[in-house]
Design a binder for this molecule. Structure first.
Ligand SMILES: Nc1ncnc2c1ncn2[C@@H]1O[C@H](COP(=O)(O)OP(=O)(O)OP(=O)(O)O)[C@@H](O)[C@H]1O
Ligand SMILES: [Mg+2]
Length: 480
């Protein structure tokens, strides 16, 4: 690639991500870098301070690193872009045409790729199965392993997605309950109904603009046009402002897409009530809201520990916005214990009940029983305290996200021997009634409290494992 080609590719990558082309100074820095110049020389030639050049360069390397998903710096910039070209994602075969995936997007000027007036990829989408793989981006979806039960959950999800046109759907549940495994079972069963199927994990908390870029790249690889800039060079949806300014929404409207975002809780903030976004991540809320509100045939599936506020506010039986709360496996969880080589079948149900049928918790505890009790379930169950072992580490993650007031309320719930009513604020909690109710609601949205309806009243309690975790890790609230 010559200097011009590398610069053009960098410009396209930046443009796709930010909706803006490289400015003069950024281009000078990249050109200087390609010519082996030091920042001091680039600074002299562009009449800026070296510090300023370094700042701009470092922001540019960061942006390119985020876009490419690997470190880009002054030393490896050319190599990285050569690799992108070789990966066939972006090919420049001549000055007039950019090849993205299998589709040529021809330019009418040298500045920006042209978006065709009508979907150029109709033909592409109608091709046979060999191309369909190019529109299914599932490398982040875990391989499905041995999987028990969940027949009714799978049927519900298929009904909602395929027959009731659910546009926004959350699969919710505590750590280890099987959200990812369930979705990984579901996707192969329904994927051929969609033009595009994309699975992305938010475990690394990608900023919304980066996620959007990544996903748009998948669309482009699958034959969709790159987004169009408006007169100011900013990417906007084709139909003006209705898509909230998020170009991704345009693709979800134009194609029938199944987009699965896993580990969505990682874009929420810690230390606050459930459903608040980290600073700078609020666009996720906008995206979820708009996906629920706009008319389209796509479905966005969110897998999370926390129910997103947008879903809590808008979901309903007759709405295109739904959530599925995952509970533990029933007796089928015994298969997990069988796999782990536990005997004493007659005691399995007791263990499953204590660990609430949570497949991961059961795997962890069964391993512990093998390691420490020589596989004797009765010896393990005769311990007077529920033993957490490695489960404690697993539970640290969701518990470390709680606000102080949530921790207080969890301590109170753990200290109660029977399920409690929330008709009054407990005296040892220094919370107003409204704060108390908000906290209870938030804990419910995190799947941390169990609700027990009794007549026209509801009582609350904690699963034994959570109770034990809280007793071990949190002091009693404001103890006398
Ligand atoms: N129905 C099932 N049958 C057998 N194993 C299961 C089932 N569901 C989940 N598992 C196993 O339990 C473990 C946890 O499942 P998974 O990762 O899907 O949970 P999760 O809810 O996504 O957890 P996290 O909140 O950490 O993302 C995995 O090893 C998975 O294979
Ligand atoms: Mg998961």
């Amino acid at each position: 690639m010559d200097v011009q080609e590398v610069l053009k590719l960098a410009d396209d990558l930046v443009f796709i991500n930010t909706g803006k082309h490289l400015d003069n100074l950024q281009e000078v820095i990249l050109r200087g870098t390609l010519q082996g110049q030091k920042y001091s020389k680039i600074a002299d030639e562009s009449h800026c301070s070296e510090g300023h050049i370094k700042d701009i360069a470092s922001a540019l390397w960061k942006l390119l690193s985020e876009v490419l998903g690997e470190e880009v710096n002054k030393a490896n910039f050319r190599v990285r872009l050569e690799q992108v070209k070789l990966s066939n994602l972006w090919n420049f075969n001549n000055k007039d045409c950019v090849h993205i995936g299998n589709v040529n997007v021809c330019e009418n000027n040298s500045q920006s790729p042209k978006v065709p007036n009508s979907p150029i990829d109709e033909e592409f989408l109608n091709k046979g199965n060999s191309e369909s793989k190019l529109r299914q981006f599932l490398t982040e979806m875990p391989k499905s392993g041995i999987f028990y039960d969940r027949t009714s959950e799978l049927a519900t999800l298929k009904q909602w997605i395929l027959h009731e046109h659910t546009r926004l759907l959350a699969i919710l549940g505590i750590v280890g309950i099987g959200k990812t495994a369930l979705a990984a079972q579901l996707v192969p069963q329904i994927k051929d109904e969609f033009d595009f199927v994309i699975w992305r994990s938010l475990a690394t908390s990608p900023p919304p603009s980066i996620l959007q870029t990544n996903i748009i790249q998948f669309f482009c690889r699958g034959g969709a046009p790159v987004p169009a800039p408006n007169a100011d060079g900013v990417v906007v949806p084709e139909n003006g402002t209705t898509t909230g300014g998020l170009p991704l929404l345009n693709y979800l409207q134009k194609y029938r897409c199944l987009l699965i975002l896993d580990d969505v809780q990682m874009v929420n903030s810690s230390g606050q009530l459930a459903g608040n976004y980290q600073l700078g991540y609020e666009d996720y809320g906008t995206l979820f809201r708009q996906v629920g509100a706009l008319s389209h045939n796509s479905c966005l599936v969110l897998l999370s520990w926390e129910k997103p506020r947008e879903i809590a506010a808008l979901e309903g039986q007759n709405q295109p916005i739904r959530s599925l709360q995952l509970h533990g496996l029933g007796a089928e969880a015994g298969e997990i214990l069988r796999e782990k080589g536990l005997a004493e079948h007659q005691k399995w149900s007791e263990l499953i009940e204590q660990y609430r049928g949570n497949p991961l918790w059961l795997k962890i505890v069964a391993t512990m029983i093998q390691d420490l009790f020589n596989g004797s379930l009765s010896e393990f169950l005769s311990e007077d305290k529920l033993f957490l072992g490695d489960l404690e580490l697993l539970l640290d993650k969701p518990f470390n996200r709680l606000s102080e007031s949530e921790k207080q309320v969890m301590s109170w719930l753990a200290s109660e021997t029977a399920p409690v009513s929330i008709s009054k604020v407990p005296e040892n909690l220094q919370l107003s009634r409204s704060q108390f109710l908000k906290v209870m609601q938030s804990l419910g949205r995190r799947s941390l409290v169990e609700k027990i309806p009794e007549g026209d009243r509801t009582f609350f309690t904690l699963a034994p494992v959570l109770k034990e975790y809280v007793k071990t890790n949190y002091p009693r609230p404001n103890c006398e």
